[in-house]
Design a protein around this ligand. Structure first.
Ligand code: S3P
Length: 430
């Protein structure tokens, strides 16, 4: 793998840029927006709520917001496709508006837990009607008389934190989230950028207290979206597992709450340099220079999981090619992703002859120290990261690897195959 590529826009930041633009008064211009299906689902939902969201050029979007609490009742069901971030974050916005709205999604999203946002938002005063376990389709019966709460997150989830903070915007007084384990802080950073008052302090007994003051006047602000470390990960690992590779991935967000994979790969012996460190849109960014070879198995501690929660499938691929055993701990949340990612990864490894053991919340991968067998057909289960991870495994495997459905890749990484092929991969329709 050789060459220089640019990481696509960060998915988490792109969703938030559109949402905060919609909640602000005035015109917000966004550049570098990820134009993947998940983010487009958020754009469509915000239009249904009354925001003007215009595509003005590649990665360039203009939003004319309706202001905090100023959304109108959508006249149809909001279909959020595959996007958990759209569903969870929008529920915070919808819950704090005095109308009823309806959300649904594809088979993957309809099977994902929504109770984690229903619970705190119900305490604030909204009502919900969903399928068993609060699953979608879901009716959100909102109110503009929300009461502020102090809520301790039972799962380490930036989506749940963000849903509560978004609801807190249209709630009188101070809404507080306590997170025992730090999760990505894009919401807090961007809320401040738009002029909200957000206070973060140490929580008693560890973790952080994050408080937002209700009814701020959010003012339109321009946003530059950095590249997505979760997407860059596929090119980085492809280079790392092919000895002799030399790849640069430009414009990668390296927020410490997102960069756990890079720390882990370096601990495994990978040669990854963070060149030209700088700030883009209030987020730390660097160009990653990656050289192939030299990976060794390690133990990845449970407390690192929130900083690399989306990266375990691709880490498992790196581990398959490493010398020795890699043990990953604290993976329970992987079962609540676009698929039961722990099982999907284990099945993909099995299909390609990689020895491994899966526990309730652990994965142990016995590396081949070189080329895994490959030759498997991997079931994607509507999960983009499973599709991309196992295509990357195919780059190092002795036999080609196939995935049964490549279409989910467009949710987060349109142009994935072309970008990888430009570096020397051969990813093509089977
Ligand atoms: C995200 C948070 C994470 C992550 C998801 C994006 C976000 O989910 O897996 O891809 O943008 O806040 P959880 O908050 O459920 O861990």
């Amino acid at each position: 793998m050789h060459g220089c590529v640019r990481a696509p826009g960060d998915k988490s930041v792109s969703h938030r840029a559109l949402m905060f633009g919609a909640l602000a008064l005035g015109e917000t211009n966004v550049s570098g927006l990820l134009e993947g299906e998940d983010v487009l689902a958020t754009a469509a939902a915000l239009r249904a709520l009354g925001a003007v969201v215009d595509h003005v050029g590649t990665g360039l979007w203009r939003i004319r917001g309706f202001g905090v609490g100023g959304g109108r009742e959508p006249d149809d069901v909001l279909n959020l496709g595959n996007s958990g971030t759209s569903a969870r974050l929008l529920s915070g916005i919808l819950a704090s508006h005095p109308f009823t709205s309806f959300m649904t999604g594809d088979a993957s999203l309809r099977s994902r837990p929504m109770q984690r946002v229903i619970e705190p938002l119900s305490r604030m005063g909204a009502h919900f009607q969903g399928r068993e376990g609060g699953r979608m389709p879901l009716a959100v019966i909102g109110t503009d008389e929300m009461v502020p709460i102090e809520y301790r997150l039972p799962v380490a989830s930036a989506q749940v934190k963000s849903a509560i903070l978004l609801a807190g915007l249209n709630t009188a007084g101070e809404t507080t989230v306590i997170e025992p384990e730090a999760t990505r802080d894009h919401t807090e950073r961007m809320l401040r950028h738009f002029g909200a008052e957000v206070r973060v302090s140490p929580a008693e007994g560890g973790g952080k207290r994050i408080m937002v003051v209700g009814w701020p006047e959010l003012k339109a602000r321009d946003i530059v979206v950095p590249g997505d470390p979760s997407s860059a990960a596929f090119a980085v690992v492809a280079a790392v597992i092919r000895p002799g590779s030399d790849v640069i991935v430009e414009n990668v967000g390296v927020n410490p709450l997102r960069a756990g994979l890079y720390q882990t790969l370096r601990e495994m012996g990978a040669d990854i340099a963070f060149d030209n460190p700088r700030e883009v849109g209030g987020e730390p960014v660097a160009d990653l220079r990656v050289k192939g070879g030299g990976l060794k198995g390690i133990e990845v501690p449970a407390d690192r999981a929130p900083t690399m929660i989306d990266e375990y499938p691709i880490l498992a691929v790196a581990a398959s090619c490493a010398e020795g055993t890699t043990r990953m701990l604290g993976l329970a949340e992987l079962r609540a992703k676009e698929s039961d990612r722990l099982s999907s990864v284990a099945a993909g490894l099995a299909a390609n002859g990689v020895r491994h053991e899966m526990g309730a919340d652990t994965l142990t991968v016995h590396g081949t120290g070189g080329a895994p067998e490959g030759g498997g057909l991997v079931k994607t289960h509507l999960d983009h990261r499973i599709a991309m991870s196992f295509l990357v495994l195919g780059l190092a495997a002795r036999e080609p690897v196939a995935v049964d459905d490549g279409s989910p890749i467009d949710t987060s990484f349109p142009g994935f195959a072309a970008l990888m092929n430009g570096l020397g991969a051969k990813i093509e329709p089977a």
